[in-house]
Design a binder for this molecule. Structure first.
Ligand code: ADP
Length: 158
């Protein structure tokens, strides 16, 4: 049976921290579906279509990775695409506490297991909301972004 994982998040925008988790996850799973969440209660910074398009540009040549948008419960989306695992990254103890409850509830509800990868030390401070703040104020967040995301953002702003 194929081992399929979804890697869900807002990815607003997708950072080098996210990219690293996906690349390391490839060792463990046959397929990873990057699931870009649409949350009507959350104000988006970049439109979801753009976030999906830019992430696709990074991984276009890897047949094990696909990128899809979704709305609603993450476990429902996982079931829809036949994924038995949810991949998540952990940076801090705060991330762990937040993730623990969700993962345990998801497991109890559906049997879907969450798999956590610890961030590489140098990616610990890399955070989409800090990147958004830098961009909002005209700063250069390039260090924290994969090249294709930088390119997408540059064109988007033109
Ligand atoms: P969410 O809104 O669901 O937290 P994010 O887009 O912020 O979505 O993050 C998606 C996943 O990537 C989460 O599991 C998060 O912990 C992880 N992540 C975010 N930044 C990093 C990083 N710098 N290193 C490793 N994992 C990260």
């Amino acid at each position: 049976m194929e081992r399929i994982a979804i890697f869900p998040g807002s990815f607003d925008p997708f950072t080098i921290g996210h990219e690293n988790i996906v690349n390391r996850g490839l060792d463990m799973f046959d397929k990873i579906i990057i699931a870009v969440g649409f949350n009507s209660n959350k104000k988006e910074f970049f439109p979801i279509e753009k976030r999906v398009e830019w992430i696709k540009d990074i991984f276009w040549d890897n047949p094990k990775i696909s990128v899809k948008k979704y709305e609603g419960l993450t476990v429902d989306f996982a079931a829809e695409v036949g994924a038995r695992y949810i991949l998540r990254g952990l940076r801090t103890a705060a991330d762990f506490e937040y993730e623990r409850a969700i993962a345990q509830v998801n497991k109890a509800m559906t049997g879907i297991d969450s798999v956590f990868l610890l961030t590489q030390p140098e990616h610990t401070p890399v955070n989409s909301s800090i990147v958004r703040d830098i961009l909002k104020h005209g700063g250069d967040a390039g260090k924290f972004l994969p090249d294709k995301i930088k390119e997408g953002i540059r064109k988007f702003k033109l």
